[in-house]
Write a protein that binds this ligand. Structure first.
Ligand code: ADP
Length: 259
């Protein structure tokens, strides 16, 4: 029997999910459904549980209690092979870009294939890059096709960020998770990276799902369909972006200090 909220109509489904670290509840009884193709921003003060929620979504943290489904699967119940297959469908954008500086951009972009390629194919590609056209196309989509063969560490910070986004494109995930992807950027760069990140979601026959944690409330409202506010591991706000107003923002940030 299919449980409510776990069928193909949800990309991510949490039902009364909690995550505890010792005495501390990082996520406290969250029930939340994310529809395929939705762009959901997680906002809230530091320590609210945003990263833990994202880690639940990529299966690196398992619920202490409650039910979780990601792309229709329960990561905690999957054998290793199926968990790897699930993770191939999930692209993660980190604040730290996790690029290998001395390598040329093409290799860092091709790292998006690593979940599919065997070890030998990966090694072969380091000697003579494989699927170069696809890497070039991905770099073109983020505006830096000319840097295909540039050493990554010689690129500017903004260009390196684009290489990391191109790597996600090559991975071709159904679900994109981004943990504070613009936290260290000035407002203009943050806006640009959010625009590029959202651009990655659009494919001819589908739209990838995005769950992104953001410090900047206005950025969340401008770029996402829906804003989910967390405090103390709980959802205290869940609104379509176009219904978010000043009162909603106050509700999220003016509930007194975090624990
Ligand atoms: P946010 O991303 O909103 O800043 P986090 O999910 O990182 O929040 O953290 C939520 C709470 O859980 C915080 O109180 C944090 O200290 C705690 N926490 C997160 N990860 C761990 C961990 N690995 N071990 C112990 N406590 C943790």
């Amino acid at each position: 029997m299919t449980e409510p909220g776990t069928g193909p109509t949800t990309a991510v489904s949490l039902h009364d999910v909690s995550v505890s670290y010792g005495e501390r509840r990082a996520v406290d009884g969250i029930t939340l459904q994310v529809r395929p193709g939705e762009r959901v921003a997680l906002v809230g003060p530091s320590g609210a549980g945003k990263s833990t929620l994202l880690r639940l979504c990529n299966g690196t943290v398992v619920p202490s209690s409650g039910r979780l489904r990601v792309l229709g699967e329960d990561p905690a119940q999957l054998p290793a092979g199926r968990l790897r297959a699930l993770r191939r469908r999930i692209g993660t954008v980190h604040q730290q870009l996790h690029l290998i500086g001395p390598l040329r951009a093409v290799h860092n972009v091709n790292a998006g294939h690593l979940g599919r390629w065997g070890r030998w194919r990966a090694l072969r590609s380091l000697i003579r890059p494989l699927q170069v056209d696809q890497a070039r196309e991905a770099l073109a989509r983020v505006g830096i096709a000319a840097h295909l063969h540039s050493r990554t560490e010689r690129l500017s910070g903004g260009e390196q960020q684009r290489v990391a986004l191109a790597r996600v494109l090559v991975q071709d995930p159904d679900l994109v998770l981004a943990d504070e992807p613009v936290a260290s950027l000035d407002p203009a760069r943050a806006e640009e990276v959010m625009r590029l990140l959202c651009g990655l979601l659009e494919e001819p026959h589908r739209r990838r799902t995005l769950v992104v944690s953001l410090h900047d409330f206005d950025l969340a409202v401008r770029h996402c369909d829906r804003v989910v506010g967390l405090r103390h591991g709980r959802v205290v706000l869940d609104l379509p972006a176009d219904e978010v107003d000043e009162r909603a923002r106050e509700r999220l940030y003016d509930l007194g200090p975090d624990r």
